[in-house]
Design a protein around this ligand. Structure first.
Ligand code: MLT
Length: 206
């Protein structure tokens, strides 16, 4: 089902009854609410999928927040869009009867960065998150309270867009904030590798 309400154009695909997880799929720059459905299917074939489209357009390409240049984020817009997405998650949970303990965010690139921003700005809004090719979107003034939050970070050693040190720094900050962090590094670039998919599958079934 596609819908324009709740603050984001989105798609909600109910699960087939064999899996109680709900995957919140957050696309990269230029993606949309359809983009990551195959990834969701590859990760958990029977899970429900909630997939919003980013509300910002950059040269016609949807994103979850504005940036000033590649890797240079518009932090005011990021804060506003992070609040907007957090509201959407709450509204969608109510609308579709989603148990927030069963919701797992899976973001790639720009989608991973907004998910990281939700973790840092609204601790507790996401209990589990898979961040693929992320960066540290901003340095919080104080560490958020993330005990009980599980985070998988996947990052490529040859990522030319986001240096791997950014993903490592994000992992350290989340760990220092109490999150249970799994860092998976691969030899690829700004992409999702097969080994990474296998590692995410294993992590999701823990
Ligand atoms: C971002 O703006 O979120 C990062 O530069 C990643 C990207 O979307 O290219």
């Amino acid at each position: 089902m596609s819908a324009t309400h709740l603050g984001h154009v989105h798609q909600f695909v109910p699960g087939n009854g064999t899996d109680d997880i709900v995957l919140l799929m957050l696309h990269g720059t230029g993606g949309d609410e359809h983009d990551l459905i195959p990834l969701a299917r590859a990760l958990r074939p029977g899970a429900a999928v909630l997939s919003p489209r980013g509300n910002v357009l950059e040269n016609g390409m949807p994103r979850f927040f504005r940036r000033l240049a590649e890797g240079v984020l518009d932090l005011d817009d990021l804060a506003r869009r992070t609040d907007e997405l957090t509201l959407f998650i709450g509204r969608a949970a109510e609308q579709y009867g989603i148990d927030s303990a069963k919701l797992v965010a899976v973001g790639f690139s720009n989608g991973a960065n907004i998910a990281a921003s939700v973790l840092l700005r609204h601790p507790g809004a996401l209990q589990r998150a898979v961040l693929l090719s992320p960066m540290l979107p901003f340095e919080p003034e104080t560490n958020p309270a993330l005990t009980g939050t599980g985070v998988f970070i996947g990052a490529g050693r040859r990522d030319a867009i986001i240096p791997i040190a950014q993903a490592e720094r994000l992992g350290e900050l989340l760990k220092a904030s109490g999150a249970d962090v799994t860092l998976f590094e691969h030899d690829g670039g700004h992409t999702i590798t097969n080994d990474e998919l296998t590692a995410v599958r294993t992590w999701l079934s823990r």
